[in-house]
Write a protein that binds this ligand. Structure first.
Ligand code: NAD
Ligand code: UFG
Length: 343
């Protein structure tokens, strides 16, 4: 396949970044990764190479350092697009250490935006989150829903980042941007060569569930079954990470196509279907035949009761749709967990 434009993927050895690099390479893009390895391992690059047969250029560096980015753009000319995954993402940690979160997430974005006009970069795809909606007044939720006050410094960095990008473009910056609001990304690549690498005890549902099923952790605690939902547990829109990754390729194609559309666009990326915690546990057990030891516990502070996406805009405008059945996603998550044990 003829090589397309050169794309910089910040945070490209991370969970969503690595899956996106795979899809970008499969689509013919020439990928450069920058990652400071604060939440990923350099061996992820080997996994990407094994899957695609192409080794992406990997720069170990910190995006909060403007000079590092400048050097990268000078050394690796011709970057036309950026996908910015690099960020700190643990909600609880952000409450305890807000400065770290504001500095890392916002300075990274500011530095990237600073470099874009100077080095002729046309478009940036930004990783936002459904956390910007807070507790929705109604579900499914679409992009016109109001942004609610953030409940954590992490969530606030996503809101502020969206505003920074809008203001920069409003001020005449010669760039375009697509803001992608992810719902709950889960699963791993079908090859089980890349996946999520939680450090320590996983805070998120699926990594904890697979580790509990593997006997690495104790029982999974279901955080509350007294919510106003059909089975009492919280509802989320779980989106397969490869489906999510594909959306980034389409977004980048749109940014670089030269087509006439708004300079800043925002899309929800979800399946359009809400699943409860208990339903997800059942889906895992059905798909893998493996029991998830679990117990019912108290609510987790700050949790949203229920949220799922209206993904119609992404379906219609981007021509993107979440396709992977939940059972398949669960099998991939389990295969990834097992491959980690064998290593
Ligand atoms: P991740 O932690 O696996 O990946 C982020 C990567 O960025 C890591 O490899 C980390 O080492 C790197 N990084 C962090 N700060 C950096 C810096 N200053 N310079 C260079 N590299 C840096 O996280 P992920 O789940 O892949 O999330 C990717 C993006 O998507 C993040 O912006 C996150 O906030 C956003 N997001 C994630 C979720 C989710 O549930 N996973 C949901 C909504 C939005
Ligand atoms: N849950 C449990 N037990 C656990 C872990 C989670 O019952 O051990 C429940 C939670 O209460 C919640 C659901 O599983 O109802 C999903 O929880 P996650 O922690 O996996 O995900 P969240 O929806 O809380 O948050 C995630 C990311 C945030 C991001 C948000 C929206 O962790 O960074 O999605 O994008 F902001």
């Amino acid at each position: 396949m003829a090589t397309k434009e050169r794309i910089l993927v910040t945070g490209g050895t991370g969970y969503i970044g690595s899956h996106t690099v795979v899809e970008l390479q499969k689509a013919g893009y020439d990928v450069v990764i920058i990652d400071n390895l604060s939440n990923s391992e350099p061996t992820v690059v080997d996994g990407i190479e094994k899957i695609t047969g192409i080794r992406p250029i990997f720069v170990e560096g910190d995006c909060t350092d403007l000079e590092t980015l400048r050097r990268l753009f000078l050394k690796l000319p011709g970057i036309k697009g950026i996908i910015n995954f690099a960020a700190s993402k643990a909600v609880g940690e952000s409450v305890k250490n807000p400065i770290l979160y504001y500095r890392n997430n916002l300075v990274t974005l500011l530095n990237l935006l600073d470099c874009m006009p100077e080095f002729g970069v046309k478009g940036i795809v930004f990783s936002s989150s459904c956390t910007v909606y807070g507790e929705p007044d109604m579900n499914p939720i679409d992009e016109t829903a109001p942004i609610k006050p953030a409940t954590s410094p992490y969530g606030n960095t996503k809101q502020i980042s969206e505003e920074i990008i809008r203001d920069f473009i409003r001020a005449g910056a010669p760039i375009k941007s697509i803001l992608l609001r992810y719902f709950n990304p889960i699963g791993a690549h079908e090859s089980a060569l890349i996946g999520e690498l939680p450090i320590g005890v996983p805070q998120n549902l699926v990594p904890y569930m697979t580790q509990a099923a593997a006997g690495i952790r104790g029982e999974l605690t279901v955080f509350g079954t007294d919510y106003n939902t059909p089975d009492g547990s919280c509802i989320r829109d779980y989106i397969d990470v490869t489906d999510l990754a594909r959306a980034h390729v389409i977004a980048m194609e749109r940014l670089l196509s030269g087509e006439d559309h708004d300079s800043v666009e925002v899309f929800n990326l979800g399946t359009g279907r809400g699943l409860s915690v208990l339903e997800l546990i059942s889906a895992f057990e059905r798909a893998t035949g493996v029991h998830v030891p679990h117990t019912i516990g108290k609510r987790r502070e700050g949790d949203i009761e229920q949220i799922w996406a209206d993904p119609k805009k992404a379906n219609e405008v981007l021509g993107w749709k979440a396709e992977t059945p939940i059972e398949e996603t669960m099998r991939h998550a389990w295969a990834w967990q097992q491959s980690r044990i064998k290593r």
